[in-house]
Design a protein around this ligand. Structure first.
Ligand code: SAM
Length: 329
C-alpha cells in the first residue's frame, strides 16, 4: 500500500463487499437466475422494501455484477456462471463470506482481549452449518483442483488419505488422474455425510473414493495408506494439535509414506505473503487457537514427528498457498 488512494479504497472496500453480501443473504441472485426482473418484482420476491431494493440493484449494476435495461435487471454475462448453480458457482463461498462478516466484526474486541472467538468452528456447529461450510469448500476446491492434481505427484501410490478432505473434490480429482489410486476421505461425521452426497458428481470414481468419519484430533487413522494429503486444515488448529496429528500420520502411513501438507504458509516472520498473514486474522476471529504457520515451522514439526525429509514448494496455481512434502524413508 503506497498512496492515500490505496488506503481509502481499502478502508471503504466494505461498501462493495456489503452490497454483494446483502444481495447474497437476501437471495437476490437466486431470484434472478437467468431472468430479467424489475426492482418491484424483486422486492416482492425477496420481501424487501421497494426503494431500498432498487438502490441495491442499481449499485450492483454500477459494480457490473448486474446489467440494467430499461427498468429490468439481470446478472451480467461474466457473473452468470459464478452467481447461478453449476460447476463454476461461487454462491457457496459467497454465503460463507457473508457468515465471516459477522465474525470479522468482532476483530477489535478480540484484539482488545475482551471477547473470545467462537468456541466451535462452523463445521462443528450442527448439520446445517457443516453443510454450508462444505459447500463453500467445494466451490474453492472445484476451482483449484486441476492445478493441485498437477502439482502433487502421486505416481505409483495405491492408497491416499485425504485428511479433512471435506467435499471430496480433491479426492475425486486425484482418483481421476490416477486410475490405480484408492482415496479415503477422513472428516468429521457431519461433514463426511455431506461429502459423500457431493461426490455423487463423480460417478466414474465412486468405487475408489470412500469416506471415513473420524475426528483427526483423537480418532485412529486408517493404517494401510502410502500417502496422505492434508489441505487447509492446520490453519484451524493449535500448534499442539498440528504436532500431535503429524505424529499420528507418521505412525499410520506405510514405511514408504508420502505426506503432503497444503496450506497458506507465511515466511518465517509471519508477515508475508499478505494473503497468508491476513488469513491468520481470519483464524483469530473464527477459531480458538488457529493461525497460519510458516513453512519453516511445519518442516521442523514434520521432522520431529518422524519424517526423514520435508521441503516446501510454492503453488504456481493458487495464490498464497504452498505444499510441504514430507517422506518417511
Ligand atoms: C478449511 S476445510 C478444507 C477442506 C479441504 N481439505 C480443502 O482443502 O478444501 C477444513 C476441513 O477439515 C475438516 N476438519 C477440521 N478439523 C477436523 C478434525 N478434528 N477432524 C476431522 N476433520 C476436521 C473440516 O471438517 C473441513 O472439512
Amino acid at each position: 500500500m503506497k498512496t492515500r488512494d490505496d488506503l481509502t479504497r481499502i478502508s471503504r472496500g466494505f461498501w462493495e463487499s456489503r452490497a454483494i453480501l446483502s444481495a447474497v443473504e437476501l437471495g437476490v441472485f437466486e431470484a434472478l437466475g437467468r431472468r430479467r426482473l424489475s426492482a418491484g418484482v424483486m422486492a416482492n420476491r425477496i420481501e424487501g422494501d421497494p426503494r431500498a431494493v432498487r438502490m441495491l440493484l442499481d449499485s450492483l449494476t454500477g459494480m457490473q455484477v448486474l446489467v440494467k435495461e430499461g427498468s429490468a435487471y439481470q446478472i451480467s454475462a461474466a457473473m452468470l456462471p459464478l452467481l447461478t448453480d453449476g460447476p463454476t458457482s461461487a454462491l457457496g463461498m459467497l454465503k460463507h463470506h457473508a457468515a465471516l462478516w459477522h465474525t470479522w466484526s468482532r476483530l477489535t474486541d478480540i484484539v482488545k482481549g475482551s471477547g473470545p472467538a467462537p468456541s466451535k468452528s462452523s463445521f462443528r456447529r450442527g448439520q446445517a452449518e457443516a453443510r454450508a461450510f462444505t459447500l463453500a469448500m467445494r466451490d474453492g476446491a472445484r476451482r483449484l483442483a486441476p492445478g493441485v492434481v498437477e502439482e502433487v505427484n502421486l505416481k505409483g501410490r495405491k492408497h491416499l488419505l485425504d485428511l479433512g478432505g471435506g467435499p471430496g473434490v480433491y479426492a475425486a480429482s486425484f482418483a481421476r488422474k490416477y486410475p490405480d489410486l484408492r482415496v479415503t476421505v477422513v472428516d468429521l461425521p457431519a461433514v463426511a455425510l455431506v461429502g459423500e452426497e457431493l461426490t455423487a458428481e463423480y460417478p466414474d470414481v465412486k468405487t475408489r473414493v470412500t469416506f471415513f468419519a473420524a475426528d483427526l484430533d483423537r480418532d485412529p487413522l486408517p493404517e494401510d495408506a502410502d500417502a496422505a494429503f492434508l489441505s487447509h486444515v492446520i490453519h484451524g488448529q493449535s500448534e499442539e494439535q498440528v504436532r500431535s496429528l503429524f505424529k499420528r500420520v507418521a505412525e499410520a502411513l506405510s514405511p514408504k509414506g508420502l505426506f503432503v501438507v497444503r496450506d497458506f504458509y507465511t515466511d518465517a516472520d509471519r508477515t508475508t505473503p499478505a494473503g497468508a498473514s491476513l488469513f491468520a486474522l481470519n483464524m483469530l476471529v473464527n477459531t480458538r487457537a488457529g493461525r497460519t504457520y510458516s513453512a519453516k515451522e511445519v518442516i521442523a514439526w514434520l521432522k520431529k514427528a518422524g519424517f526423514k525429509t520435508a521441503s516446501y514448494r510454492k503453488s504456481k496455481t493458487a495464490p498464497d498457498a504452498g505444499y510441504v512434502l514430507a517422506r518417511l524413508p
